[in-house]
Write a protein that binds this ligand. Structure first.
Ligand code: GLP
Length: 247
C-alpha cells in the first residue's frame, strides 16, 4: 500500500496552477507524452492554465497524444455536454494538439480503446478528478479494481451532479476507462477542489482500499499525487497533508 503525497493549496485557483505547471513541465520534458485526460468543472481552470502556460513558453503540443477517461453514451456528435465537445472547447481548439491524436472512448468498444492506449505506448501521466461518491472516471462505487474500459450505468448522485448540462434528459450510461486501466498509467495526478469533495477524499486516502470508494484504489499505485484546495482537504487526517509549493 502506498500513501500518496497529498498537497494542499490555499485556493482552487492555486491548486489548478499546481496541476497545470506539473503537466506543462511533463510536456516540456517529453514532447511526445501520452496524457490521460479528465473532464468536469474541476478541470476547466487546469486547461485554461495549461493553454496560457504553453502559449507563454511557446511550448508546442503537436507531439502529444491524449486519451480521455470517459464519455456519455448516446449523445449526438457535437452535443455541448459531450466530453468530446468539452475537450475541443477547453483544450484542443485552443492549442496545436492534433485532433487525430486526441481520443475519447466513443464509437469504439472497450477492448479497442485499451488497444489504442497500448499501441500509443501506455499513458505517461493521467489526470483525474473525483466524484463526491469517490468515483474516478465513471467508475462508480462497486467497480472492481480489475475493471477495464467498458460501458457502465451512472450512479444517482452522478446523474444529479451533471443534470444541469442536459435539460433534464441526462444519459444514464457512459463508457469509461476501468480502474485497472487507470492504474496502468505511469503517473497519476488527482485534483479535488471545493467542500463537496472533502468527504470522498478523506475516505479514499484515510482508510483501506475498498470498492465502495473507487478512488481508494489509487493507494495501490506507486506514483500518485493528490492536489487539493483547503476546502477539499477539510476532512483529511492532518498527518496526510503537505503544503503545496505554489507556482
Ligand atoms: C465527472 C467525470 C469525472 C470527474 C467527476 C467530477 O462526471 N466523469 O471524470 O472527475 O465527475 O466532476 P466535477 O469536476 O464536475 O466535480
Amino acid at each position: 500500500m502506498n500513501q500518496p503525497a497529498i498537497l494542499v493549496a490555499p485556493t482552487a485557483d492555486t491548486a489548478e496552477a499546481v496541476v497545470a505547471e506539473h503537466c506543462i513541465a511533463a510536456i516540456a520534458a517529453h514532447p511526445r507524452i501520452v496524457l490521460g485526460l479528465a473532464t468536469g468543472r474541476t478541470m476547466v481552470g487546469v486547461y485554461d492554465k495549461i493553454v496560457a502556460g504553453c502559449a507563454r513558453a511557446s511550448l508546442s503540443l503537436a507531439g502529444v497524444t491524449t486519451f480521455n477517461l470517459d464519455e456519455y453514451c448516446g449523445l449526438p456528435e457535437g452535443h455541448p455536454a459531450s466530453f468530446r465537445a468539452y475537450m475541443r472547447r477547453h483544450l484542443i481548439d485552443r492549442t496545436d494538439i492534433d485532433p487525430a491524436r486526441s481520443h475519447v472512448p466513443i464509437g469504439i468498444d472497450g477492448a479497442g480503446y485499451e488497444r489504442l492506449i497500448a499501441m500509443a505506448g501506455g499513458i505517461d501521466l493521467q489526470l483525474l478528478g473525483i466524484g463526491r461518491n469517490g468515483h474516478i472516471g465513471f467508475n462508480e462505487p462497486g467497480s472492481a479494481i480489475t475493471s477495464r474500459t467498458r460501458i457502465v450505468t451512472l450512479a444517482p448522485t452522478t446523474l444529479e451532479d451533471n443534470r444541469d448540462a442536459f435539460d433534464g434528459c441526462a444519459p444514464r450510461e457512459a463508457m469509461t476507462m476501468g480502474i485497472a486501466t487507470i492504474l496502468g498509467a505511469r503517473e497519476i495526478v488527482l485534483l479535488a477542489t471545493g467542500p463537496a469533495k472533502a468527504e470522498a477524499l478523506a475516505d479514499a486516502f484515510g482508510g483501506p482500499v475498498r470498492a465502495g470508494n473507487p478512488a481508494s484504489a489509487l493507494q495501490r499505485h506507486p506514483r500518485v499525487t493528490v492536489v487539493c484546495d483547503a476546502d477539499a482537504a477539510a476532512r483529511l487526517d492532518p498527518a496526510l497533508r503537505q503544503i503545496a509549493a505554489t507556482p
